[in-house]
Write a protein that binds this ligand. Structure first.
Ligand SMILES: Cc1cc2nc3c(=O)[nH]c(=O)nc-3n(C[C@H](O)[C@H](O)[C@H](O)COP(=O)(O)OP(=O)(O)OC[C@H]3O[C@@H](n4cnc5c(N)ncnc54)[C@H](O)[C@@H]3O)c2cc1C
Length: 468
């Protein structure tokens, strides 16, 4: 059984990067098992009557030469270099991001500008102690007024928890590199003037969306003899004597069992543990049950107008709209629409599986999207001629109190399996971008091939670009 194939669970960026390495560097059979009908995972592009929509636009940006080489190998001539224009929508106005002083004051007005400064001064003179919540942490550093304008609403939409209920530790970890506050303070002459790496002015984007990259990667794996099985969801990992010996897979034709030689898993970390056969001890299962995720639903609307706003994406800090962010696909690439007379956009809604927002039918989500769009004043309802909804459960690993301890419990349980490596954003329960996810996939594959490397060492500092 140990001679069975390399099995890769999941055909997102991490799984495909692993399969890319394995089909290139080994003679062993490689099988990629993907539960969904298409590849790309969260980085897929969904096609609808000639319109191409992402699950949130995906910038291609990396500091890793290896990832850059892989991307260029797959798409040598299909990248567009895009300038970044992303603004914040708040109180009926668009604010530049990063904020510029003139633009901010023109938007907020001099009176509000003074209040922001006064609130900042107050926070410096009499900060809240003890600093328990996200709200305390941010307000102490930036003033309550700035917190309530540019942190509270978006964060609460994204994570579904009130700022007063999120821990201060979480803020310290997540906001370490968040640029908005520092940039705003710089703009107002309060900051220390340090330019933050996250504000990338330009980035790459495949002309047909991020899905083009991962469809290309999958094709290359298959052309080298790899097997890609779509609609094949791994439901169980049978193990004996510290090895995963077989995968139990749900397919359109029923359940099958596949011998497993070596396994790269990019399925959610807690699910891999919960699907072990036999199951682990109750304390390990309890740790697995304590890891939670936020999910994303994107309402994609097709408009009978060529343009709306010039941004690639807009953060919706306005509490009056339910959507958290807006993607303008045609501004990422003109080829995302079938006809230049039309445009399309994606409203992102963050939810927890099973909550009231998630439970809406697609039809009512489309109505919510149209209402939000008209509140934003970007298009009239009569200009929307088509639409569809994508749902992606488990899009954001939630860093709640104690999550790191739970991840450690799962890691040490899984370490006993000599032929299993976990990779990817969900596979490692880490808030990774595509490049980090890809690196973990490559390293997991190499480790299974006998190299001394550590897939868990990637992005262990929690470096990230911004809340995405
Ligand atoms: C809104 C949003 C915007 C983003 N924007 C950017 C960006 O601009 N730039 C950037 O670099 N990154 C961005 N990211 C992050 C990026 O999407 C992820 O880092 C990347 O897709 C993670 O790849 P992955 O392979 O680890 O996981 P995924 O993309 O989730 O892929 C996992 C795959 O495994 C499959 N799977 C799960 N369970 C099973 C199972 N039991 N059996 C079989 N298959 C299974 C899933 O169907 C999926 O296809 C963004 C993320 C979000 C949420």
């Amino acid at each position: 059984m140990a001679d069975g194939p390399y099995c890769v669970i999941g055909a997102g960026p991490a799984g495909l990067a692993a399969a890319h390495y394995l089909t290139k560097s080994t003679d062993c059979a490689t099988v990629v098992l993907e539960g969904d009908p298409q590849v790309g995972g969260l980085s897929r592009t969904v096609e609808h009557k000639g319109f191409r929509c992402d699950i949130g636009g995906h910038r291609f940006f990396t500091k890793s030469q290896e990832v850059e080489r892989l991307w260029r190998e797959v798409l040598p001539s299909d990248f567009l270099r895009r300038p970044r224009l992303s603004r914040i929508y708040y109180r009926g106005k668009f604010f530049n991001y990063p904020i510029r002083l003139g633009n901010a004051l023109a938007g907020l007005g001099p009176w509000e500008g003074l209040q922001v400064l006064a609130s900042f001064g107050k926070a410096r003179l009499s900060p809240t102690h003890p600093e328990l919540s996200f709200e305390d942490w941010v307000s102490n550093r930036f003033g309550y007024r700035l917190y309530s304008m540019f942190f509270r609403t978006y964060t609460e939409k994204l994570w579904g928890i009130r700022g007063t209920d999120l821990s201060a530790d979480w803020a310290a970890q997540r906001i370490r590199n968040l640029d908005l506050s520092r940039t705003l303070l710089n703009a107002m002459g309060i900051g220390r003037g340090k330019q933050v790496a996250s504000l990338i002015d330009e980035f790459d984007y495949p002309r047909l969306g991020p899905g083009q990259m991962y469809e290309g990667m999958a094709e290359q794996c298959v052309s080298r003899g790899g097997k890609l099985l779509l609609r094949h969801r791994v439901a169980g990992l049978r193990h004996e004597n510290g090895r995963v010996v077989a995968l139990e897979v749900d397919t359109p034709d029923g359940r099958l069992e596949l011998d497993a030689g070596k396994v790269v898993s990019t399925m959610p970390l807690n699910e891999v543990v919960q699907r072990m056969n036999p199951l682990p001890s109750p304390d390990v299962l309890e740790a697995a049950g304590g890891l939670t995720y936020r999910s994303i639903m994107t309402v994609n609307l097709m408009l009978d107008r060529a343009e709306t706003v010039p941004d690639t994406w807009v953060y919706l800090h306005a509490p009056e709209v339910l959507a958290g962010r807006l993607q303008l696909y045609k501004n990422w690439s003109p080829e995302m629409v079938p006809d230049p007379r039309f445009s399309s956009l994606g409203l992102e809604y963050f939810a927890t599986e099973g909550d009231s927002l998630w439970s809406n039918s697609d039809r009512s989500l489309l109505e919510i999207g149209k209402k939000d769009l008209s509140k934003l004043g970007l298009a009239k309802g009569s200009e929307v001629f088509d639409g569809f909804v994508t749902r992606y459960p488990k899009a954001y690993p939630v860093y709640n109190d104690g999550y790191q301890g739970r991840v450690d419990v799962l890691r040490s349980y899984l370490a006993q399996f000599s032929n299993l490596e976990c990779a990817g954003r969900y596979g490692q329960f880490r808030y990774n971008n595509m490049d980090h996810s890809i690196m973990t996939g490559m390293l997991a594959a190499r480790r299974l091939c006998g190299e001394q490397c550590d897939p868990w060492g990637v992005n262990s500092e929690g470096e990230y670009l911004e809340q995405r």
